[in-house]
Write a protein that binds this ligand. Structure first.
Ligand SMILES: Nc1ncnc2c1ncn2[C@@H]1O[C@H](COP(=O)(O)OP(=O)(O)OP(=O)(O)O)[C@@H](O)[C@H]1O
Length: 954
């Protein structure tokens, strides 16, 4: 048994092989008889019975709707698939989702997942589950949470307006959907965009027996608040509305509840104008109730004035204009406008056409609105940094008893997708062979280009002809075909088989006919506020579809595709029922046998050497328990030992390619036997096995560490690049890592290159974001250096400097030999010497300058520096705390110093008036020597005669 049944997530493809008889193979490429449809279906059946609903064809996932809840979609299971290699786990949607996501992140290449299948096969469920997988496993942030929410909530809204109960599916999407999810550089979903295709508008006015109109109508009536319904002029009972008369109570649908979900979803995707939208929905219901009666001339007249009143209000059009438009048509013939009345049938047609048009445009408008709310808002040109993953949920090939325009479009779309699939599968196969250095062997396949051309070719293609007029295919058919082909039919030989189309109604549907005056009314009206805005009325449905399809093909071609092929097991929507006929039909229409043939054209199985060797190494004594050489060589030794024949396998650059499943099965069976014997040996060699287990655990741990380190490195580089781009922005989550890094590097650089001393003006250039901080640091650094310097300074040196400062103030720029004198130290061991030098200097300059004989006492008396300034008018101003004297230069006759260490010097001034105290001087300091300072001593010291005056002693 597969150990965990439906939850057997952790089983590798190979480990499930042992149970293949019971649960089939996980990959159809391992079917021995790969061309047999019966073998294919039998494999599906076996697996379905075991609740194994997923199977691969190479990298294509085939899914069979279980119609019951399986416990395989839990968060825990999501985690199991996260970041795990495709073949290491059993087939699952999550493996496809994860694989695409990882390619998107590692290769930075856009991806798309194409989900196809017929109605009820599980496409929409698969799409939702993939979105949920990304919502759970991708990185999150506040902004990302909003986007995730909106992405998820867009579903109920679009389902309400675009889904309906059909015979085949209670929640059938009546439109094709392509959704792009944008991921940012961290791999977080940051935006999305939806393209819609071919909404089945005819459902608005007509539903088949057992089917319903679009869900929103019932939800509004069932769940809408009294107040709201009154404003919209609606009654709770759906039976009141012609477009809804075929109401069925369906167990699986709870309209009241769904209404709440839709309202909530609308508010999450920021719909403020709900009421506008609901007015339009209501107007469609009122329109359906507009009735006509024929007058005497057989012309239609409106009989339900009440409806016109509501419609006029809801659509904001003139009631009379609307009434006239519903019962007349405007024709332009030879440039002239002609108004002609409509008969009953025509008026009913016009009314229904208007209802369909309004609903169709509303739907397009809604998709536009959803897109606006999902748009990735970038404040700068950073869009290029997002990668995109597209999800295409599109109807599969359809063949009914009666196939009309809709089937023609749907099947044409599938034909194109099949063409794309074959091209891309072949291309990727070819590329893998090339990169592995293995010769490519051409594959025969059904090239459906001819069918696509037949449909879409310019001028000659069916679509071109449709746009021109109806064509006669019948004439071209041979005798035998004519018998089986009605007059109004043509037949196409699609890749999935023949389909006969009835052309009745083709042209009308293609033209999407809406009378001109009705277009005018609806464009002028309120629906222009909502539904009509930005959406023009065009004709040529098939051409439009062809164009949008060719755009879709372009989108898909630019991405790396993955495929999910959905199937339904029975028409009764029942669990555990596998209807073989229905399945065969789908296998055919999904082109699965062709898929398998292309995939199996060369080799059934391929694996990296490391993986293959790890699994089968116990089968060869030389590779067991460990192989020390290159894995490639190990595998070569192993397959030689196993006796593989030349035609059975090829050795590529990194992988072994095995042509036939039976070769792999034989190897797998041998492994089973070996495990048995190893199991027996275990009792004896448990220590050895333990050692091996530890070894493999350790290898695993190392591997994991390495992987984690690599992951970290990639993350860091990404953050760095993003930060670089945002580097000039204020600090934000995008740049904080980068800015921290820059700050750290700058500080480290600064630490290594700080200025060496106060004269060193070097400073590393800061990054722009740190200019201010750098400036402050620089000031602090300078202050610190100055402070340290000052602290270390000796009193003598301090004295020197002070004197130098004063000398500078006095002599700098005034005395030619000043610059040379700067480095020379003052000799201040003795005052006399200083003073002598000063005197000498003064003598030389003929007392032109002031004298810096300022001395401070040794005990640190904080004498203020005296300023002796020789001003322009040749006066010396002496300032001290108590005295302020002015001595005219003209009066200065000499200068002398005391021979004692009393810090005195004397300026000799000429004074006519002896009694006059001025000018005399000068200079005293309250030092010890001052005690002995007497006028006499000063006199003596003066020696030079003339007036002296010692202020300190006076
Ligand atoms: N994986 C699944 N597990 C359980 N039930 C499923 C699963 N997939 C589909 N179903 C059931 O099948 C129903 C139909 O599925 P879904 O609506 O996805 O089909 P579809 O292919 O999108 O059909 P349509 O083309 O009509 O929209 C779902 O409502 C659900 O009940």
């Amino acid at each position: 048994r597969e150990k965990t049944g439906a939850n057997g997530i952790r089983l590798t493809m190979e480990s499930a092989l042992t149970a293949r008889d019971r649960v089939g193979v996980q990959d159809f490429v391992l079917l021995e008889n790969f061309t047999s449809e019966a073998a294919f279906i039998e494999n599906l059946r076996k697996r379905f019975k075991e609740n194994l609903i997923y199977t691969y064809i190479g990298s294509v996932l085939v899914s069979v709707n279980p119609y019951k809840e399986l416990e395989i979609y839990s968060k825990q299971n999501m985690e199991r698939y996260r970041g795990v290699s495709f073949y290491e786990v059993s087939p699952h949607l999550y493996a496809i989702a994860d694989n695409s996501y990882r390619s998107l992140r590692t290769e930075r290449k856009d991806q798309c997942i194409l989900i196809s299948g017929e109605s009820g096969a599980g496409k929409t469920e698969a799409t939702k589950k993939i979105l949920q997988y990304y919502a759970v496993t991708c990185p999150a942030s506040q902004q990302v949470e909003t986007v995730k929410d909106r992405l998820l909530q867009s579903n109920p809204v679009l389902e309400a307006f675009g889904n309906a109960k059909t015979l085949r599916n209670d929640n059938s999407s009546r439109f094709g959907k392509y959704m792009d999810v944008q991921f940012d550089y961290r791999g977080a979903p940051v935006g999305g965009h939806i393209l819609n295709y071919l909404l089945e508008k005819s459902r608005v006015v007509h539903q088949n027996h057992g089917e319903r109109n679009f869900h929103i109508f019932y939800q509004l009536l069932e769940g809408g608040e009294e107040d709201l319904l009154r404003r919209l002029g609606l009654e709770k009972n759906p039976q009141q509305y012609h477009y809804l008369v075929k109401v069925y109570q369906i167990v699986s649908i709870n309209d009241k509840n769904d209404w709440k979900i839709v309202r909530r979803a609308l508010s999450i995707i920021s719909f403020k104008d709900n009421e506008d939208l609901l007015s339009i929905v209501a107007s469609v219901l009122h329109l359906g109730n507009v009735q006509f009666a024929a007058d005497e001339q057989g012309n239609a007249q409106v009989t339900t004035e009440n409806q016109i009143k509501y419609l006029a209000r809801l659509l904001a059009v003139e009631g009379s204009v609307l009434r006239d438009a519903l019962i007349h048509k405007k024709i332009i013939a030879k440039g002239e406008e002609l108004i002609s009345p409509l008969n009953l049938e025509q008026a009913a047609y016009a009314r229904d056409a208007l209802a369909k048009a309004i609903y169709g445009r509303t739907f397009s408008w809604l998709v536009n609105k959803v897109n606006k709310s999902l748009a990735y808002e970038v404040n700068e040109p950073f869009v290029c940094c997002t990668t995109v993953l597209g999800l295409l949920d599109i109807y599969g090939f359809e063949v009914f008893q009666h196939n009309s325009f809709e089937q023609f479009c749907i099947n044409y779309c599938n034909e194109k997708l099949q063409q794309l699939f074959i091209e891309l599968t072949l291309k990727s196969e070819q590329e893998e062979y090339e990169s592995e250095g293995i010769a490519w062997e051409p594959v025969q396949y059904f090239n459906n280009k001819i069918i696509c051309d037949l449909v879409e070719e310019k001028f000659k293609g069916i679509i071109s002809i449709l746009d021109e007029e109806l064509f006669t295919q019948h004439k071209l058919a041979d005798q035998k075909t004519r018998k089986s082909l009605g007059r109004e039919e043509f037949r196409l030989l699609h890749y999935a088989g023949e389909v006969t189309y009835s052309v009745a109604g083709f042209l009308d549907k293609n033209n999407d006919l809406l009378f001109r005056n009705l277009k005018e009314v609806s464009v002028d009206g309120a629906c222009s506020n909502a539904a009509q805005r930005g959406v023009g009325f065009k004709t040529g449905g098939a051409t439009q579809f062809k164009n949008s399809l060719s755009k879709l093909m372009e989108i898909l071609m630019s991405k790396e595709p993955s495929y999910i092929r959905c199937m339904k097991p029975n028409d009764a929507k029942q669990a555990d029922r596998f209807d073989e006929v229905l399945i065969r039909h789908q296998v055919k229409y999904l082109g699965l046998m062709e898929n398998l043939r292309v995939r199996r054209a060369g080799f059934a199985y391929r694996r990296k050497y490391e993986v293959f060797l790890q699994r089968y190494k116990s089968l060869c004594p030389e590779t067991w328990p460990t192989w020390d050489g290159r894995p490639h060589d190990g595998v070569a030794v192993l397959v030689k030992h196993l006796g593989y024949k030349q035609e059975e396998y090829k050795m590529g650059r990194t992988k072994i390619f095995i042509r036939f499943p039976k070769t792999l099965f034989a190897t797998e069976d041998a492994l089973e036997v070996r495990k048995q014997s190893l199991g027996d040996a275990f009792n004896c060699c448990s220590v050895l096995l333990l050692a091996i287990a530890i070894q493999s655990w350790w290898r695993g741990t190392l591997g994991r560490r390495k992987a984690a380190k690599r992951k970290w490195a990639v993350e860091t580089i990404r953050r760095f690049i993003k930060g670089f781009i945002y580097r000039n922005h204020p600090r934000c989550p995008e740049n904080e890592y980068f800015l921290d890094y820059i700050r750290f590097s700058f500080l480290m650089n600064l630490k290594r290159n700080l200025p060496k001393n106060v004269l060193d003006k070097s400073w590393p250039t800061p990054p722009p974001s740190l200019c201010e901080a750098s400036q402050l640091l620089r000031q602090l650094c300078m202050q610190n250096m100055v402070w340290t310097y000052c602290k270390r300074i000796s009193p003598e040196w301090k004295q020197q400097l002070e004197q130098k400062v004063i000398a500078s103030e006095i002599f700098k720029g005034k005395k030619d030999n000043y610059p040379q004198s700067v480095p020379r130290l003052f000799i201040n061991t003795r005052n006399e010497e200083i003073n002598a030098k000063v005197l000498q200097a003064l003598d030389n300059e003929a007392i032109k300058y002031a004298v810096p004989v300022v001395k401070y006492d040794r005990k640190g008396y904080k004498a203020r520096a005296r300023q002796l300034l020789l001003t322009q008018n040749a006066a010396i101003i002496i300032e001290e705390s108590k005295i302020k004297q002015r001595i005219d230069y003209g009066n200065l006759t000499g200068i002398s110093v005391s021979s004692l260490s009393d810090n005195l010097f004397v300026l000799h001034v000429h004074c006519e008036d002896n009694k006059q105290k001025v000018p005399g001087l000068i200079h005293h300091f309250p030092t010890a020597s001052r005690k002995g300072c007497k006028a006499q001593r000063a006199e003596d010291a003066a020696g030079l005669g003339g007036q002296t005056w010692c202020h300190g002693c006076n």
